[in-house]
Every structure is written in structure tokens, then in C-alpha cells.
Design a protein. Structure first.
Length: 544
């Protein structure tokens, strides 16, 4: 009964208790009837079905969401990793599980940990879909009285709030974007490990980011010891025999649904790869940075900064110039032998011209992703010079401003230019075009980006464009991305297309790049090996 009081589903249990404790226990037919009905309802809860749905007639669950909730509650003991592909409604699955546990009287306190930009969205969805009221923890004391608390790990993981939170026991802890817990040396991981909790749900579409051990560390938080030691797990990941041993164990804590496994009629996703020749000045500046590093390579002091600068040079000239202007890069900028006092025309990049051309040739909305704020600001300025409206989206915005930018994009602007902050939590199904102005080392970040538009509710085919500079570090990043996608597929299973299309046009383009533009025989062989590996995996997928 306690949960009925806490969550205000009905006032009658409290009235009934007050009546029992009162001195005048006059007969009350309504209270007696309600108590009998409540008793009958509770005694029927042993059946393996979601009884909370009786109170949610407006909620239309997809079969995979129903199956996930049932499996968590009746097979996995309430400790699970919800790892459906992006856009399949993991938040709804978690809400159903929470509601069912509340309905059964098994949860009266819940802590939901989310990125700050998603706190309001979680609060609204819990209220709208499940009738659950919650409070967003902002460091004040009122949270102590709330049965459902929404907060960020960043707020709670440090003293004095951490000590206060760790004094409490939570019936259920939910962590959204749980891939941020994969490093056991971080405060995030250690904080979740320290929480006193009965049930625990992790939500992420990308449980493996860069290493196979990522999944092991998530499993350790949910089901310690299930996958053995870290050494045993790594050894199992290196062979088919070992993989066959760990897959059944992974099924004991992870639920992963792929788009093609659902009953939903998904629109098509098409990948386009555009290899671009940099313009004269941006190429001159890029090569100067590369040449300076090669001259200084023996000192082995510049590797990390060199790679970062080259990535910025592939993103935009202004991003590289801004980086070179920082005090820590003074040595670089004074030794490059290139004029850094440039005109606006020299700031124009081949990628910017490609983006402009694309936007000018469509009346539809377009999302552009970049890793660098300097590139974001430059693209916004460049598009404005050609009478194209755009809005920015980045991590420094407060919640209200992020929502405002999203609304402006939907209602007025043609282009949204986003940094990585835009890859989490946004629902932008009204847009179907996405351009990656630069690429990260981690392919799962790309899946998170694409998931903003290729998700439940998208009614049109999705077109995704990668703009890559030829003869640059982006060739190396592209090769690494393909290797990491192979790792993800090897451990987790087949994944939605992220990096390549198997059309003849794309195949011809890749072959042309390998044979015509390779700077050495070794580089050509490496590119052909990557192509062979990808083609083999695609053919195997088709036969299955």
C-alpha cells in the first residue's frame, strides 16, 4: 500500500489506515469495498504479465518494448542493461519497468541519473506516459522527500552530496547514457558502484565504445562476477570458442533489440561518403603542420597535439588557426612558415562549400555535426553570408536554450549545426538529412548522432553524408572506425550501417581512391585490405 500513498495513485489507502487508527470505526462501505478490491488485485500479481498496463490504456507499447520489460522483471531480477539500437524507445521500456515495480509495491524510491540536458525530458515522459511525478535534484533539500529523483551523476558524485546520497537505499536506480560508466577508474563508475540499490537499469545503445572490456565493466556493476575475471573475459573475446561461452552469459544481463528485429516499418538509411580535395590555403596550412611534426618526430613530444591539430585542420581552417593561436601552441605557430594572418576568402574550406551547395539544392532541413565550436561558429557565419538560416546546438547551453534552439530549427531555420552535445537525447524525426563535417575516432558516437533522425517516428528515408578530406588524417580515422565497428559486431552482433554503403558507386569510389590517390604501395594495400574485410562481412551478412 505504501507505494499508493507515495505516488498518489489513490487516496483510499491513507483514508483506510486513518479509519482503522481512529477511535470511531464506523462502518464505511466504500473503504471496505476498495480494500477487498486492492487485496484481490495484489493476490493476482504472481502471474508473469505487466499489470501496470491496466492503468495505462493510452500507452501503446511495441512488442519489443513489452518483451524487454517482461524479461527484466521476470527473468533478470531487475538488474539489466537495456541496449536497444538508437531510437527504439529504451526510455519507455525503463518507465514500464519502474511503473510495474511501483504497482507491485516493490519500489517506493527511485533514483534516475541522466545527462543534465535530458533531465526535463525524463520528467515530462514519466508524467505524460506513466502518471509518475518526479523532482529534478538541483542540490537543494526538497529532494529528500521525493520518491522519484532525477539528477546528474556530475552533481551527486562529489562531496558533500555524495555522502548524503550514499546514506540512502534506493529500490531502483536507472542510469541513462550508461556507456559513460565503462571506465572503472572514473568517479562515475565508482559512484554507481557505491550506491545501495535493489534493482538497477542501465540504458545505452552503445555498450561497447572503444574496447571489448567496456561491456565487462558495465556487467560488473550490474552482475559482479558473471563474466568471470577481466582477463578471462578478454581471452574469451579473442576466439569463436570463447565468444560462444560468453554470449549466453551476456544474455543474462543485456537486452539488445535491433531495428530489423522489430515489427516497426523502418525507413531506409543510405550512407554517402564524399572524399574532398582541400582548397589551396587550407591544404597549405594542413601540410605545414604535418611537415613540422615529421621534422620534430624524433623528440616524441608532439604526437598528441599534432594529431589534434590535424583533426582540427580537417574540420575547418578557422578551427586550426584558433588552436595555433593558443599559448601552448606558440612554438608550432611561429615555426610553420605559413602566413597566419588570413583573409575571409582563405578561411573558406572545401567542406563548407560542399555543405552550402547541398543546402542550397534542397528545401528540406539539414543537420550538420562537428566536433569543434570554432567550426560551428564559422559554418553559421558562412551560411548566413549566403542567406541561409541556421541555429547552433552545443553543450554550454542551458536546458531552456537547448529547447529553444530545437524549436527554432523545427519551425524556422533550415540548418542545425551541432557539436557532440547534440548526439544525446534529441528527437529530430522531422529532419532526414545529416552531414558529418568531421568524424570522431569512436564509431558509436556516429550511431548516436544518426539516431537523432533515424528513430521511431521517422516517416522518410534517411540520408547520411560523411565529408572526408583526401590524403589527410581522416583516411586513418576512417580505417580505425571500420575496425572498431567490426569489434562491436563481433562482441554485440550485427549493427545498422554506420560507415559505408555497398552500392557500386561507393565501391568504385573507394577503388579509385585506393589505386589512384594512394601515396605508396603500402597505403594502397592497406586500403584494399579494409575494403576486402568490409566486403566479406557484408557478404556473410547477406547470406545469413
Amino acid at each position: 500500500m505504501a507505494h499508493s500513498i507515495f505516488f498518489q495513485q489513490s487516496n483510499w489507502p491513507l483514508d483506510f489506515l486513518q479509519w482503522v487508527q481512529s477511535e470511531e470505526r464506523r462502518f464505511d462501505r466504500e473503504l471496505l469495498t476498495n480494500s477487498i478490491l486492492e487485496k484481490k488485485k495484489r493476490t493476482s500479481l504472481n502471474a508473469k504479465s505487466l499489470h501496470c498496463l491496466r492503468e495505462l490504456p493510452h500507452l501503446n507499447l511495441h512488442p519489443h518494448q513489452m518483451e524487454a520489460a517482461n524479461k527484466v522483471i521476470f527473468e533478470l531480477g531487475g538488474r539489466a542493461l537495456l541496449a536497444d539500437e538508437v531510437g527504439l524507445g529504451k526510455t519507455i521500456e525503463a518507465g514500464v519497468i519502474l511503473k510495474e515495480y511501483i504497482y507491485r509495491g516493490l519500489v517506493s524510491s527511485a533514483l534516475i541519473l541522466v545527462p543534465s540536458s535530458l533531465a526535463g525530458q525524463w520528467q515530462q515522459e514519466l508524467a505524460k506516459h506513466f502518471g509518475l511525478q518526479s523532482i529534478i535534484h538541483k542540490g537543494k533539500k526538497e529532494w529528500r522527500k521525493a520518491p522519484i529523483i532525477i539528477a546528474t551523476i556530475d552533481l551527486l558524485k562529489r562531496p558533500p552530496l555524495r555522502e548524503e546520497i550514499e546514506k540512502h537505499h534506493y529500490d531502483l536506480v536507472i542510469v541513462d547514457e550508461a556507456h559513460k560508466l565503462t571506465n572503472p577508474k572514473t568517479l562515475n563508475h565508482q559512484f554507481i558502484q557505491s550506491l545501495s540499490k535493489t534493482y538497477c537499469l542501465f540504458l545505452t545503445a552503445t555498450p561497447i565504445q572503444n574496447r571489448s572490456e567496456d561491456l565487462f565493466h558495465l556487467a560488473t556493476l550490474l552482475r559482479p562476477g558473471l563474466l568471470g575475471t577481466q582477463g578471462e573475459y578478454k581471452e574469451n573475446c579473442q576466439s569463436e570458442e570463447g565468444k560462444n561461452r560468453i554470449i549466453p552469459l551476456i544474455d543474462q544481463f543485456m537486452i539488445r533489440t535491433r531495428r530489423k528485429e522489430t515489427s516497426i516499418a523502418w525507413t531506409k538509411r543510405t550512407i554517402h561518403i564524399d572524399w574532398i580535395e582541400q582548397l589551396p590555403y587550407e591544404r597549405e596550412l594542413y601540410e605545414a603542420v604535418e611537415r613540422y611534426y615529421n621534422d620534430q618526430r624524433s623528440s616524441n613530444q608532439h604526437a598528441f597535439s599534432h594529431i589534434t591539430l590535424l583533426k582540427q585542420g580537417c574540420s575547418s581552417t578557422i578551427a586550426l588557426l584558433k588552436a595555433l593561436g593558443r599559448p601552448e601552441n606558440k612554438e608550432w605557430s611561429s615555426s610553420l612558415g605559413v602566413n597566419l594572418d588570413v583573409t575571409p576568402d582563405q578561411l573558406v574550406t572545401a567542406k563548407a562549400k560542399r555543405i552550402l551547395s547541398f543546402v542550397q539544392n534542397t528545401d528540406e532541413k539539414v543537420i550538420v555535426f562537428t566536433q569543434y565550436r570554432a567550426t560551428q561558429l564559422y559554418l553559421s557565419w558562412y551560411l548566413k553570408q549566403h542567406n541561409i538560416t541556421s541555429v547552433p546546438f552545443r553543450g554550454g547551453f542551458k536546458k531552456g536554450k537547448k529547447q529553444w534552439m530545437t524549436d527554432l530549427f523545427k519551425q524556422k531555420a533550415q540548418v542545425l549545426i551541432a557539436t557532440e552535445a547534440g548526439s544525446e537525447g534529441l528527437n529530430l524525426q522531422f529532419c532526414r538529412y545529416m552531414i558529418h563535417a568531421d568524424i570522431p575516432w569512436n564509431p558509436m558516437k556516429l550511431e548516436q548522432r544518426i539516431g537523432r533522425i533515424h528513430r521511431i517516428g521517422q516517416e522518410k528515408n534517411v540520408e547520411v553524408y560523411y565529408l572526408l578530406n583526401r590524403n589527410s588524417i581522416e583516411e586513418r580515422i576512417w580505417a580505425v572506425l571500420q575496425e572498431k565497428v567490426s569489434l562491436f559486431q563481433y562482441i554485440i552482433g550485427e549493427h545498422e550501417d554506420l560507415l559505408a554503403s555497398t552500392t557500386k558507386k561507393e565501391l568504385d569510389r573507394y577503388l579509385e581512391d585506393a589505386f589512384v590517390y594512394s601515396r605508396s604501395e603500402q597505403e594502397m594495400r592497406l586500403k584494399l585490405q579494409h575494403l576486402e574485410s568490409f566486403y566479406h562481412s557484408t557478404a556473410t551478412k547477406g547470406e545469413a
